[in-house]
Design a protein around this ligand. Sequence first.
Ligand code: CO
Length: 410
Amino acid sequence: MVPRRGVLKGAAALAAGTTATGRAVSQSRSNLPPNIPEWMKTQGATILSPPYGLPSPFEKNVIRRQRTRTPTQTAATTTTPLQDLQGIITPNGLHFERDHGGVPAIDPDQHRLMVHGLVERPLIFTMDDLTRFPSVSRLYFIECSGNGSWNVLPPATTAQESRGLLSCAEWTGVPLATVLAEAGVKPGAAWLLAEGADAAAMTRSVPIAKAMDDALLCYSQNGERLRPEQGYPLRLLLPGFEGNMSVKWLRRLKLGDQPFQTREETGQYSDLMPNGVARQFTFVMEANSIITFPSGGQRLHGPGSYEISGLAWSGRGRVTGVEVSTDGGRQWRRAALQEPVLTKCLTRFRLPWTWDGAPALLLSRSIDETGYIQPSRAKLVAVRGLNSHYHYNAIQPWQVAADGTVTYVA
Ligand code: CO
């Protein structure tokens, strides 16, 4: 237990120099107590400017960052600044992005969802048709199957660069099962093809069992309509499955008796094993976690009390525990899980930590309701080899140096 007086003394010292995460603050003392700050001396800005609110300009570095871009400048990936966010919800403007042919500009009045193939009644739905069905709102994460890196990254790597192809939102829409019941699924229908209305016509095959289980046709995200880059006006959401299968700008569902073997499940999004055989249809994102504070690029300002905090998740269900080590894995302690702890949703974990000023190696490992424990990099590579590009869920260590700097370790 830290004496309260000690905490307050530390806070006052920080106010004049840098914040706990190392951001420089104004060196001028004229706005500090006991003076009246400048912003109390004049009328503030009017609230309607702009009509859609924006973050404080002082938060200008809390942004999505580009991860990869092809030479054609058409297929892009951006990452969520995990190290700068609290709780479990990703603000819509910071949700990671992945597209295969740019972001289409779709007029919702001209958008249609076609359902055909092995159905009793082939149907075409307008957006008005879809929003008339009984709806549900649920919190789920979405993670790109390419999140994490099989390659060793530079020491300066941040949490955003390590695991930022990960976001979480409250999604609203109609259960896919409801819409399929309207069309009438024919016996023998085992798969459906989901097709996006982007320039890549992104297509994936989805097992019918997943479609009838928890799949959603989503039109809203965190209370407002989907952002264009998240599939406006309609996306598929397959909770716990690799992100690309939650097809955005959804325009077509075709039911069939076998997978459709699209480009995105043959040439792409398969996993080459050490024996040279590629695993196909690896849908589920396994249990994973990352410490977001302290994490790469941040700095601790002296020994004392800190709260280690991070995110844990599993595509197989609920996170049942997170263990944290501050000594490179010799000892592990159970972190507290912040409610709500929901299935296939990000879970926030926290652990009080008194840093003694010596070098420390911080690790976190997630345990899910199946009993699966997130592996070390060595254990993961022993099974998967190094041919893979997708489904990397190894423990992410952070090295804290004696000067408080925090760096990436593979
Ligand atoms: Co996969």
